[in-house]
Design a protein around this ligand. Structure first.
Ligand code: SF4
Ligand code: FES
Length: 249
């Protein structure tokens, strides 16, 4: 395939940045999107041009690092996949593809397609954990009965990989799908009850501090989420938040 790539280039966080055009040919439909970007970068390096900076790590849809906005969609035109799992067979010979970074106030651009997502780490640090009694009397987690439905829902919430596509897809740059997944994976389980109140209050407070917007129920996040995290989690987080706000210490 022959393609025309229109890619966002930005030297650093202070640079204004802009779209530049790169023609590329001999793209195999079997390549992943990132492999196609690797080929382009090899060409740029050979020409003595600065290669395009983009994030990646596992290339298996696990780590949540790859974060491109492709033709106006987070992780591109496929559903239920990350950019690293997107294949070039989703495109046609002669296509023009626009590639931009995830855009949100909470995700400042570092360089080209790389954004700073440490805001998510800070939200996690604010409450995305459970305390464990390590005194020697710790109960085996497998010995605690948990209703199957709750275990399944907690597991589904725990599949969030923190990629940030929900934020990038949302017109308000809301991080509520991400935060609600992190709250839900614990709130559904007995192990998560101990810090339940602190967790939701602190994580929501940190989310607001980081400059993410509010949810207005457009549902774009759920559509673009590569892990199919459900909006049901946002409703659960809102209930948890209300309960925690009203509870007295
Ligand atoms: S909720 Fe989905 S889109 Fe948002 S960070 Fe988690 S996996 Fe990515
Ligand atoms: S590189 Fe790890 S999810 Fe894409």
């Amino acid at each position: 395939m022959k393609l025309t790539l229109k890619i966002w280039r930005q030297k650093n966080s202070n640079d204004k940045g802009g779209i530049q055009t790169y023609p590329i040919d001999n793209v195999s439909e079997h390549m992943s999107f990132l492999e196609m970007m690797d080929v382009l970068n090899e060409q740029l390096i050979t020409q003595g041009t600065d290669p395009i900076a983009f994030d990646h790590d596992c290339r298996e849809g696990i780590c949540g690092m790859c974060s491109m906005y492709i033709n106006g969609e987070a992780h591109g035109p496929d559903r239920g996949v990350t950019t690293c799992q997107l294949h070039m067979r989703k495109f046609k010979d002669g296509d023009t593809i626009y590639i931009e970074p995830f855009r949100a106030k909470g995700f400042p651009v570092i360089k080209d397609l790389v954004v700073d997502r440490t805001a998510f780490d800070r939200i996690q640090h604010a409450g995305g954990f459970v305390s464990v009694n390590t005194s020697g009397n710790t109960q085996d987690a497998n010995a605690i009965p948990i209703p199957k439905d709750d275990a399944d829902k907690a597991f589904d919430a725990a599949t969030c990989i923190g990629c940030g596509a929900c934020v990038a897809s949302c017109k308000n740059a809301s991080a509520m799908l991400f935060v609600s997944a992190k709250v839900s994976q614990f709130s559904l389980l007995p192990q998560g009850k101990v810090e339940a109140k602190r967790r939701v209050l602190n994580m929501v407070e940190q989310m607001d501090k980081e400059g993410f917007g509010n949810c207005t129920n457009t549902g774009a996040c759920e559509v673009e989420c590569p892990k199919g995290i459900s909006l049901e989690n946002i409703a659960r987080m809102n209930r948890e938040y209300l309960k925690a706000s009203l509870a007295s210490d």
